[in-house]
Design a protein around this ligand. Sequence first.
Ligand code: ZN
Length: 91
Amino acid sequence: MRIAELVWSKGESLFEVHLDETGDDLTQDGCLDHPPTDDEIAGLLPSWWVCLGCGTRIDDSQADMIVDHVRGCDLVDGAGQPVRPERHPAA
Ligand SMILES: [Zn+2]
């Protein structure tokens, strides 16, 4: 998480919050006029769908990408449930 302070010529500061991993601007819809609190940052974070098999994270608004991932991922079945490793019978 990266907080960027933008200082305007009028002496006003605006704050943007960027994701480290992707550089996404979480404050695209409106910068903050004060340094964001932890709660505010938490509210800005997108929620993720996490693959139960391989741990891939996808923005959960991207339903198509999630469906594609589940289809292509060898570690989950068609319902997104983890595929259990084959059990070897106890000797
Ligand atoms: Zn996966």
